[in-house]
Design a binder for this molecule. Structure first.
Ligand code: KIV
Length: 274
């Protein structure tokens, strides 16, 4: 467990430099989604390093099948709710599907997420073809997290939600794409549903923090969807997730248990990995 000094240190506002230091020191980075003021307050109070206002709000807040219908207005609205609560966690907001088709569109929409929503970082899905978008955003001073591996915005193109990078060639391509994103100026990488060995390799090869969801214990940090951690996801819960409510018995307990399990390398376990 953490000493009082460490706990105090953890409540200082999280910055990109701090996330880098955590990677260098081998301190796992605990991240979680939130979409509204009250839950963001609880997530922040539980000591999370990063809160993501994910386009997963299309699923968990709106009951849609995919993230595709989510709009920039909706992300701005939810980001504003979350930033009203977050005092220490760094707030990252998702760029919705087709909101970053060219550099000027990406800049205009990232400006909305940061100026109107108060986001401190934006996240966008995409492989090599998005490097020039990341470069434009980074060049304009926008902190960027690139999202590789399973990209839910491409569900109709790839025909479902499945593990990516299993074959050697695909894994090599992903490493190249990740390095290209880092060279383009990305400050963080999020990887979803990839083999644990590939997650660990990416964390080893990149200077920037690599945050995993279904990407194994070798990543520099972990992220999950809030509703999965609280066991209130309707329907099937993904293999990579874990409901912390039964052991904790309260919302604040479950959030603290998740953060502690990440920091103490107890989550994800082998059964949550591919
Ligand atoms: O939108 C989202 O919640 C995500 C997950 C990978 C955390 O991007």
């Amino acid at each position: 467990m953490y000493s009082a000094d460490q706990a105090r240190e953890r409540r200082r506002p999280v910055t990109i430099a701090r996330l880098r230091r955590m990677k260098e020191e081998g301190t796992p980075i605990a991240c979680l989604t939130a979409y509204d003021y009250s839950f963001a307050h609880a997530v922040d109070a539980a000591g999370m390093d990063v809160i993501l206002v994910g386009d997963s709000l299309g699923n968990v807040m709106q009951g849609r099948d995919t993230t595709i219908p989510v709009t920039v207005d909706e992300i701005v609205y939810h980001t504003r709710c979350v930033t009203a609560a977050a005092t220490a966690a760094l707030v990252m907001a998702d760029m919705p599907f087709l909101s970053y088709c060219d550099p000027s569109m990406a800049l205009a929409n990232a400006a909305r997420l940061m100026k109107e929503g108060g986001a401190q970082m934006v996240k966008l899905e995409g492989a090599g073809e998005q490097a020039h978008i990341v470069e434009a955003l980074a060049g304009a001073g926008v902190p960027v997290c690139a999202h590789l591996g399973l990209q839910p915005q491409l569900v109709h193109k790839i025909g479902g939600y499945r593990v990516q990078g299993r074959e050697q060639a695909a894994a090599e391509r992903m490493v190249e794409e990740a390095l290209a994103m880092e060279r383009a100026g990305a400050d963080m990488l999020l990887v979803e549903c990839i083999p644990a060995t590939l997650g660990a390799r990416l964390a080893g090869e990149l200077q920037i923090p690599v945050i995993g969801i279904g990407a194994g214990a070798g990543c520099d940090g972990q992220i999950l969807v809030l509703q999965d951690v609280l066991g209130i996801t309707p329907g099937r819960v993904p293999k990579f997730s874990r409901d912390f409510m039964p052991e904790a018995g309260s919302v604040s307990g479950a959030l603290a248990a998740y953060a502690a399990a990440v920091r103490e390398h107890r989550f994800p376990a082998v059964e949550h990995s591919f």
